[in-house]
Design a protein around this ligand. Structure first.
Ligand SMILES: Cc1ncc(COP(=O)(O)O)c(C=O)c1O
Length: 419
């Protein structure tokens, strides 16, 4: 039971009757009040992780900032919690600018990314006075020069490909030599020269990001080392990418170990008076949440399929990246063992598997199933496949729960159809 509980948000517990509690709230009562599937966030766990990052970086490199990579969980309640904990926000495009501003962000604390920023997004950045625009290519520079009003200048970072291939899924690798993101050092140096001559742009520093779900610290240190040949700058944004713990066997580096490696490399290769920025996403939010489903059917044959009322409509991580999750019957967390099942979703794809080869304790129709570590990239990749209504997000804290994103309605599904 302890192993299972350790995958749920910090502070989760099991009642005497075996029922899971998240943020002090019983899973059965959460399911009854908000319906299933529902994404439950422990607000205390979310905020504690934000402070762990902010305090850890400030202690090692005082001139520094943590900006949450909104893409990992872009909703105003999560972005607002990050802002309240003193973090900035990284925004990947117009939609995340809109939600960050709705969350109350000071535009000066936003960092805008994108390998294909549109005219509209560049215009939004200039109009709102977004603090840093990370330039990915020379077309970004053309657009910015055409958009920044005369007499003003936009602070920019240039995204550099560090040529580091981290050990992770190919779809979330970004720092390898032939990445679509950023520029190889020689091309970056050329663009830096152009920006330095531009009256509309202020060349402030460099950006690097090696990928996501990275479970060792070495690639991060290597990516910092790759920047030192490009000269000295005032700001270095070292990206995100630290892996999260999804399974019993996962053993990601701690935030401390990650920061030690990153800041150690910065001390060796970057100017001592530079400002450091980091952009954690997945490792900030993954473990702060769990998804609750209801079992719809149990089909026993050559295999046992336990099908729930959600699936790839609310968790695409499995289908996209083959990410392994674990799961348990929320009301029998204390069960000694169970049977081997395939936990599947309700969508019309055989690939709609939430967890394969999973031990579940006597699953029956109506049971609430809890899947931990769904805080990152689940809400944001949710979709309407098979007419799925995207699921709600609930914050649980101190035994009280509140809805922060409502479930989509049937009317929402029709709302964009104009004919
Ligand atoms: C530029 C940039 N920064 C930060 C992140 C956050 O990465 P992660 O969620 O793995 O921490 C990403 C995600 O891929 C990214 O593209």
């Amino acid at each position: 039971m302890d192993a299972l509980l350790s995958l749920f948000p910090h502070g989760s517990a099991v009642d005497a009757d075996g029922m899971l509690r998240i943020g002090g709230c019983r899973a059965d009562l959460l399911a009854a009040e908000f319906g299933t599937p529902v994404l439950v966030v422990s607000e205390a766990a979310l905020r504690a992780r934000a402070r762990e990052y902010a305090d850890g970086l400030a202690a090692r490199w005082p001139r520094s900032r943590v900006v949450f990579a909104s893409k990992a969980f872009p909703c105003t309640a999560v972005q607002r919690a990050m802002l309240e904990e003193g973090l900035g926000l990284d925004v990947a495009g117009g939609g995340e600018i809109v939600s960050a501003l709705a969350a109350g962000a000071d535009p000066a604390l936003l960092v805008l990314h994108g390998n294909a920023k549109s005219d509209e997004e560049i215009a939004m950045a200039c109009e709102h006075g977004i603090g840093l625009v990370v330039v990915d290519n020379s077309d970004d520079v053309d657009r910015l020069e055409a958009t920044v009003p005369p007499g003003r200048s936009q602070d920019v970072l240039v995204r550099v490909i560090p040529g580091v291939r981290a050990h992770t899924h190919a779809s979330v690798l970004t720092g390898h030599a032939d990445s679509k993101f950023g520029l190889a050092p020689a091309a970056a140096a050329e663009l830096i020269g152009r920006i330095e001559r531009s009256p509309r742009l202020h060349m402030l520093g460099l950006h690097v990001h090696v990928g996501s779900q990275i479970l060792d610290v070495e690639p991060f240190a290597q990516s910092v080392a790759a920047l030192s040949g490009l000269g000295g700058f005032a700001v270095y944004d070292l990206g995100g990418g630290l892996g999260a713990r999804y399974t019993y066997d996962d053993d990601p580096p701690s935030v401390s170990a990650y920061l030690d490696a990153l800041v150690g490399a910065a001390r060796e290769g970057l100017p001592a008076d530079a400002e450091l920025i980091i952009e954690p996403g997945r490792s900030m939010v993954a473990s702060a949440a769990a998804t609750l489903y209801s079992v719809v059917t149990v089909k026993r044959g050559s295999r046992t399929f336990v099908a729930v009322d959600g699936g790839m409509g609310d968790n695409l991580e499995v289908a996209l990246y083959g990410q392994r999750f674990e799961a348990a019957i929320a009301g029998r967390l204390d069960a000694a063992d169970g049977e081997t099942v395939s936990l599947v979703g309700r969508h019309c794809e055989s690939g709609d598997v939430l967890v394969d080869a999973l031990r579940l304790a006597a699953p029956r129709v109506g049971d609430v199933v809890a899947v931990p570590a769904t805080g990152a990239y689940c809400h944001t990749l949710a979709n309407n496949y098979n007419g799925n209504r995207r699921i709600p997000v609930v914050f649980a804290a101190g035994g009280a729960a509140r809805l922060v994103v409502r479930r989509e309605t049937w009317a929402d599904l029709l709302a964009r159809d104009v004919e």
